[in-house]
Structure formats: structure tokens, C-alpha cells
Design a binder for this molecule. Structure first.
Ligand code: G16
Length: 543
């Protein structure tokens, strides 16, 4: 099979967003589109030659074809060994772990995360580096620049690799190793958590329900929760990965995981109800009669993590993205550990992990993880919760309420305005930017602005500066309003408005979140004029 050099022309639209290159499937299917981007990675990351490369994806439509192309191009670009998940499946956290475990030069993860799949859905590609983390902003910028001038790519023509058959196959000089994509990840989980205790907890009649949403976590949940921990088979719902995710939207939140929210409200609900997303990096946690917001989940795990075997030495530090609720900051203060506030995007955490400054971090967008990998990790969060439940013998509701009584409660909501013309989104952002110049010291009833600015972040490890990372209006410790444009949407512009309010009075701990946040929503409208400038009376999504 000859290695061919094929002439191509740039597309000019391959600028990666918050989490890699994400586009409609039809965009990726254009002639040479994927090849151009892959070749740009191989050209810029010339150090990959002679090394191993991990390849896998979330199983969505076009995954297998993309992996076939990636393998043929890896072999033509001097990669010594490709490690690929059987059937082309690797969850994002499992791929990150594998890169580290096998000391690979990097990894290609084909996913558009929680975005819908299928021929009309989305597709995506993330490039992760040898540390297991996503490529830095600087590296993705170099890859993007290269993609704008690309003239040719290299590929092994007619390559025919069977990615369903485990074992080693040869393509030119390159060894293609098809592996069980679950085994290494499952072993890692076993090393972090007290599986015996969780097994006993389940044996004692406690119940668990995990919804894999027909996406990549099905086989992982089946192996770990059912086969290893002994949960009954019906504990895993929608466990078979499908190319269109069963037509669903594998984004575990209050809207897209509505059936789980309803299940949690039943008197006979399981003790822990959880879900993950398309590529297995997000998580949603519910208990009988309660939804745990991602910010609360992060704070509560920070409080209890030292009770779990992999974390007995305590926390080195914690981190959250700027829009994420400040609940974890209070726990960090009580534990006397570092607490970092980073821009949205997991890559900002990985620097801190690599520098040994962090044990636990999370985001409002249902992502949580620890130093065990360099991506957020949905099943890890579910197992951490299971272990906390088993170790403390308390219910989800008891744990959360005890947390609020000790630390106070951060009411939190995110309002999304999706599919906006980008001119409208820009006008809203500009309006709040202009307003911010005059807001400090201004009072809206009982709410007084103490700080109003645009968030920027100086990385404490490499000193790099990230600017334009979201507008914020801060009312001291009591509340915050944050506004930013999403970096992961594929249709129009998406504005996200985040509202947060802190209460520590006993009488204020069980308010309805929408009521608690209503005054802040009004202030946001007064300052940013979202309804007026977008013509939208209400957000398209509230989570
Ligand atoms: C990605 C990033 C996350 C980020 C999320 C939402 O997650 O990895 O760090 O919080 O996007 O970003 P945005 O608000 O810009 O849409 P995922 O799960 O989509 O890869």
C-alpha cells in the first residue's frame, strides 16, 4: 500500500473553540476537510514521529470513517504505533488516561461532546498532548494557522484496518494496536475508590440508576457498575452506544435529562441517580428528592474527598472556572488549600494539575474531575459520589443539606440564549461592557456592585495571559452576574448568563432557586438589555 502525498487547498475555518474543532458532520465530510486538519497537527507536532498515538472517539456518526482516515494518515506521517479503542470507542477521560499510561506522544479524540449526533448532527476533533491534556491555546493557534496555508497531506492509500478485532495489525512501518478501551480505565477507578465498600452498600439494598444516554459510557458503566460492583443490570439505562445517540441529546442537565429529574422526585427513587454525556466527560448527580448543582457537587466532593482511598493525603488545591459557583471557595478556605479561578475550558486546569497545584476541579457545565486524568470525568464523579454515600452512610439529600448548613448555600442558574445572530450577541456584550464602566458603587435596591469588569487570567504556571474571558458584575460575597459567549456552539452565537446568590441564614436554605435568583435576573436585564437587543423574551434554556 503506497504512501501518497495528496494536493489540497485550505478551508480557512478550522479555528478550534473551547474544546477542539467542532462542526456539523457535513462540514467534516467535505473533501480533504478532516485530512487538512489532521495533517496540520502532524506538521506542527513533528515530535510525534516515532511515537505512539492514541485514537478513539465517542461512537457518533462519522466516528469510524474519521478513525480510518486518522490511522491511514498517522501511518503515513511516521507514527510508530497507534493505540485505538476497539470499535473506535474511547471515552474522553479514558483516552486521556491511556495517553499517560502508555506514554504516548498524544491522542486524537473524535467527539462533539454532548452536541447531538447523526448525519445532521455535530462532529469534532480534539488533539491531546503527551500529558493527556488538551492542546494549549498557543498550540491550537499554531495548528489553525498551519491549516490556512496547507497544500498537501500524506496518507496510506487503501489502508484496511479492522478496528473491531483486538490485537496488533501492521500498516507500512506502523503498528496498529486495537485494545479493550475499558480495561485500563476500570483498573484506574478501582485504584481510587473503595470498591468493597460500594459493593456492600449496593448489597445492603441501596439502589443506583445511571443513564449512559446511548453514548460512549455504556460499556464503561456496564463493566464497572454492573460486572464489577454488582449493581443489577437495570441500573444502567441506555447502555448501548448508538451512532445518533438514539436521537437524544446526551447533555445531562435539568432539561435534557428531564426523565431523571422526574425519577428523582418519586418516593421510591433510587439512592443515587446519575448520567454522563456523549463522550463521557460530564456528569449529573441527583438523589431522592434532590438535584445537586454542579457547583454544589464540586464543593461537597472537596469536603469529603479525603475519605476516599485515592485521596487520603487530602487536597493539594482546588479550582473552578470563573462562571462556576463560588461554593467550593468556602470549602477551600475551611481546608486551608489553594483555590484557583480559571477561564472556561478544561485546558486551564491541566496546567495546574501538571504543576502539582491541584487535586480537584470542576465547572458549572457539569464537569468535575481530579488529578487522576487530564480531562473531566463523568464516571469518576459518579463513583466518587457512590463512595462518599457508602463511606458516610448518609443519603444525597442529607449530605447536601448538611453542607449548606455548614457553609451556606449558593443558589445558581445558567440562562442560555442559543442560535443568536452574532451581531445581536456582540451588541449585548458591548452593552454590558459599556455599563460596567459605571457600575461600581451603584445599588439596585439591596444589591450594591463592588466590582464590574472583564475577567482575564494570568496562568500561575507559565505566566501566559488569557483576556476577554467573560463579563462579570460582582456584589461582594452575596451575588454575581456573569455574561459570556459560548465557545462550543455550532449554530449561530450562544450567550450564557450565569446568576449566583449566596445565603447562609437558616431560613434561606430551602428557597426555590428561580425565586432566589429573580432579583439578579432583573438586574442583568437592566444592565445588558438582553431581551431588548435579541428580541428574546426568555432564555432558550435554563439549567
Ligand atoms: C467544553 C469545555 C469545558 C466548557 C464547556 C462549555 O466542554 O471542555 O471546559 O465548560 O465546553 O463551554 P462553552 O460555555 O464555551 O460552550 P465539552 O464537554 O463540551 O467538551
Amino acid at each position: 500500500m503506497p504512501i501518497r502525498e495528496i494536493s489540497t487547498r485550505p478551508y480557512n475555518d478550522q479555528k478550534p473553540g473551547t474544546a477542539g474543532l467542532r462542526k456539523k458532520v457535513a462540514v467534516f465530510q467535505q473533501p480533504h476537510y478532516l485530512e487538512n486538519f489532521l495533517q496540520s497537527i502532524f506538521d506542527v507536532e513533528s515530535g510525534l514521529r516515532g511515537q505512539s498515538l492514541v485514537i478513539g472517539g465517542d461512537g457518533r456518526y462519522y466516528n469510524r470513517e474519521a478513525i480510518r482516515i486518522a490511522i491511514a494518515m498517522a501511518a503515513a506521517n511516521g507514527i510508530a504505533r497507534v493505540i485505538v479503542g476497539q470499535g473506535g470507542l474511547l471515552s474522553t477521560p479514558a483516552a486521556s488516561h491511556l495517553i499517560r499510561l502508555r506514554r504516548a506522544g498524544g491522542g486524537l479524540i473524535f467527539t462533539a461532546s454532548h452536541n447531538p449526533a447523526g448525519p445532521d448532527g455535530d462532529f469534532g476533533l480534539k488533539y491531546n498532548v503527551a500529558s493527556g491534556g488538551q492542546a494549549t491555546e498557543a498550540l491550537t493557534a499554531r495548528i489553525y494557522e498551519h491549516s490556512r496555508t496547507i497544500q498537501r497531506y500524506r496518507i496510506v492509500e487503501g489502508a484496511d484496518i479492522d478496528i473491531d478485532r483486538r490485537g496488533v495489525q501492521k500498516l507500512e512501518e506502523c503498528e496498529i494496536e486495537v485494545i479493550d478501551g475499558v480495561a485500563d480505565y476500570a483498573a484506574l477507578m478501582q485504584s481510587l475508590f473503595d470498591f468493597d465498600r460500594i459493593r456492600d452498600w449496593l448489597r445492603n439494598g441501596h439502589r443506583l440508576r445511571f443513564d449512559a444516554m446511548h453514548a460512549v459510557t455504556g460499556p464503561y458503566a456496564q463493566r464497572i457498575l454492573v460486572e464489577t460492583l454488582g449493581a443489577p443490570p437495570d441500573a444502567v439505562d441506555n447502555g448501548s452506544p448508538l451512532e445518533d445517540f438514539g436521537g437524544g441529546h446526551p447533555d445531562p442537565n435539568l432539561i435534557y435529562a428531564r426523565p431523571l429529574v422526574e425519577l428523582a422526585q418519586r418516593a421510591d427513587a433510587p439512592d443515587l441517580i446519575a448520567a454522563s454525556d456523549g463522550d463521557g466527560d460530564r456528569n449529573m448527580i441527583l438523589g431522592r428528592g434532590i438535584f445537586v448543582s454542579p457547583g454544589d457537587s464540586l464543593a461537597l466532593l472537596a469536603e469529603h474527598l479525603h475519605k476516599l482511598p485515592g485521596y487520603r493525603d487530602g487536597l493539594r488545591g482546588v479550582a473552578r472556572s470563573m462562571p462556576t459557583s463560588r461554593a467550593v471557595d468556602r470549602v477551600a478556605r475551611a481546608l486551608n488549600v489553594e483555590c484557583h479561578e480559571t477561564p472556561t475550558g478544561w485546558k486551564f486546569f491541566t496546567q495546574l494539575f501538571d504543576a502539582g497545584r491541584l487535586t480537584l476541579c470542576g465547572e458549572e457545565s457539569f464537569g468535575t474531575s481530579s488529578s487522576h486524568t487530564r480531562e473531566k470525568d463523568g464516571l469518576w464523579a459518579v463513583l466518587a459520589w457512590l463512595n462518599v454515600l457508602a463511606a458516610t452512610g448518609r443519603s444525597v439529600r442529607e449530605l447536601v443539606e448538611a453542607h449548606w448548613r455548614r457553609f451556606g448555600r449558593h443558589y445558581y442558574a445558567r440562562h442560555d440564549y442559543e442560535g443568536l445572530p452574532s451581531s445581536a450577541a456582540l451588541r449585548v456584550l458591548q452593552t454590558l461592557t459599556d455599563a460596567n464602566a459605571h457600575l461600581v458603587g451603584k445599588s439596585f435596591g439591596e444589591w450594591t456592585v463592588t466590582q464590574a469588569d472583564e475577567f482575564s487570567y494570568r496562568d500561575p504556571v507559565d505566566g501566559s495571559l488569557a483576556v476577554n474571558q467573560g463579563l462579570r458584575v460582582i456584589f461582594g460575597e452575596r451575588a454575581r452576574i456573569v455574561l459570556r459567549q459560548s465557545g462550543t456552539g455550532t449554530e449561530g452565537a450562544v450567550l450564557r448568563l450565569y446568576l449566583e446568590r449566596y445565603e447562609n441564614r437558616e431560613t434561606a436554605l430551602d428557597w426555590n432557586p428561580a425565586d432566589a435568583l429573580a432579583p439578579l435576573a432583573h438586574i442583568a436585564e437592566e444592565c445588558a438589555h438582553i431581551a431588548e437587543l435579541t428580541g428574546r423574551r426568555a432564555p432558550s434554556l435554563v439549567t
